[in-house]
Write a protein that binds this ligand. Structure first.
Ligand code: ATP
Ligand code: MG
Length: 433
């Protein structure tokens, strides 16, 4: 009887070649741009105490209510797979004393986990690249952070696919006042609300504005807006941010109903959205969370950040036909017989020392020459290096071009390193990957 096949957990995907090339490209672009703005990488654990997420994201949010992967460890402490990055990043910054009288600009990339209904663009393990800034209160950094996100999306060729939405949630106090008014409004129209919204009316009324139910669209459109209830400082902050963005020529839309699904936001919130991924429209989202650090026991420190969903970014790029063309191989080494292989094993090992950045596949697994040539061709390598009986006797190698129409040539084994250096320079000059 054959063994049963074990499949991956639902909603948790393998990222396999050639897609990995596109993924690595996205991560590399993000990292380069982050470093270009003076952000430094932080890595924090995938598992944290459940309490951390409850206290930051909020008990009444969708994430904490139903999306977290939570389990008890042996000491009975409740632990959770991180559903987002801000909480862990803030926890780490406090723990390492990185917030005292200094500005911190940090970035991260990695997997996150939410038990959602898997569909295109929505998975149970997904990946985000994000950044957080601690210690700056003004709209200047809000503007620059948004430019950072725009630069990443532009560089990935997504400029035409996404638009920027912007809103301000005001201070905690102005939000509380607004919340009361919103409850009054929706209570008046309670019979028109759906079940979810009635529940939210009690514990998180702002989230009703975020509802995707088309039947509620009109009611929501007529609801009082947060922007009309901003405190003066938040108003000035928002106006100045808009002026900065206008001045740099970055297009955006003010969406007064943009509230975000996490409780910790204050003032600026923004989302890059697309119409090309169905209901999974948000590609990148972020905002300011001035009260969060204090709420987690740190010193009162203003903060802001964003996270970009890589699955959605990659999907958009693939929809555009951006290809996942693989790593360029320079050479494929073919041998005839075991003695030739042994020489080739030593030769290629030496070449890896001598020729910087060389990408060479040494054929393993035997087989006749014509079979090996087929593999060489399939590998995408630019040329095959052949060590047959003749070459073995004469200490030479035959170089057979696989892509360009140039004659094959035979060189002495001593010359191979110099030869490869030249050829690789030529290849890389034509195509940089
Ligand atoms: P949505 O409204 O689509 O559920 P969200 O508001 O829950 O998104 P955030 O918590 O702001 O998302 O996370 C930031 C980004 O991470 C999202 O804009 C999205 O691109 C991505 N993301 C969030 N959840 C998932 C998921 N389950 N699968 C894939 N990507 C996700
Ligand atoms: Mg969500």
């Amino acid at each position: 009887m054959s063994n049963p096949v074990i499949q991956a957990v639902r909603g948790m995907n393998d990222i396999i070649p050639p897609d990995t090339h596109l993924w690595r490209h996205v991560e590399r672009v993000f990292r380069n741009i982050a470093h270009g703005y003076g952000y430094q990488e932080i890595r924090f654990p995938i598992v944290e105490k459940t309490e951390l997420f409850k206290r930051t994201i909020g008990e009444d949010t969708e994430i904490v209510e139903k999306e977290m992967y939570t389990f008890d460890d042996k000491q009975d402490a409740s632990l959770t797979l991180r559903p987002e990055g801000t909480a862990g990043c803030v926890r780490a910054a406090i723990e390492h004393g990185h917030l005292y009288r200094q500005v911190q600009k940090l970035w991260y990339c990695g997997p996150f986990f939410r038990r959602e209904r898997p569909q295109k663009g929505r998975y149970r393990q997904f990946h985000q690249c994000g950044a957080e800034v601690f210690g700056l209160a003004g709209p200047d950094i809000d503007a620059e952070l948004i430019l950072f996100t725009a630069r990443v999306l532009n560089k990935l060729g997504l400029k035409k696919d996404v638009t920027l939405q912007l809103n301000s949630l005001g201070s905690k106090e102005s939000r509380a006042a607004y919340r009361k008014e919103l409850v009054r409004y929706f209570t008046k129209h309670k019979s028109a609300l759906d079940e979810d919204s009635v529940r939210r009316l009690a514990d998180n009324p702002l989230r009703i504005l975020d509802s995707k139910n088309p039947d509620l669209k009109d009611l929501i459109a007529k609801a009082p807006t947060l922007l009309d209830h901003l405190d003066n400082d938040s108003k000035t902050h928002f106006r100045r941010l808009r002026e900065y963005l206008d001045y740099t020529g970055l297009n955006y839309e003010v969406n007064t109903h943009l509230v975000r699904g996490l409780d910790y936001y204050t003032r600026t919130v923004f989302e890059w959205v697309t119409s090309k991924l169905g209901a999974q429209g948000t590609v990148c989202a972020g905002g300011r969370y001035d009260g969060l650090i204090e709420q987690l026991g740190g010193k009162d420190t203003p903060a802001l950040g964003f996270a970009m969903g890589l699955e959605r970014v990659v999907l958009l790029m693939q929809q555009q036909g951006q290809d996942s063309s693989g790593t360029i191989m320079h050479a494929y080494f073919i041998t005839d017989g075991d003695e030739a292989f042994q020489v080739a094993l030593r030769l290629t090992d030496k070449l890896r020392d001598q020729v910087a950045g060389i990408r060479i596949i040494l054929h393993c697994g035997g087989g006749n020459l014509s079979n090996q040539f087929k593999k060489a061709d399939k590998s995408g390598a630019h040329f095959a290096i052949v060590l047959g009986e003749n070459e073995l006797k004469t200490h030479t190698l035959t170089i057979k071009p696989l892509r360009e129409k140039i004659p094959q040539q035979t060189i002495h084994q001593m010359e191979i390193a110099e030869y490869l250096k030249l050829r690789i320079k030529e290849i890389m000059g034509k195509k940089v990957k």
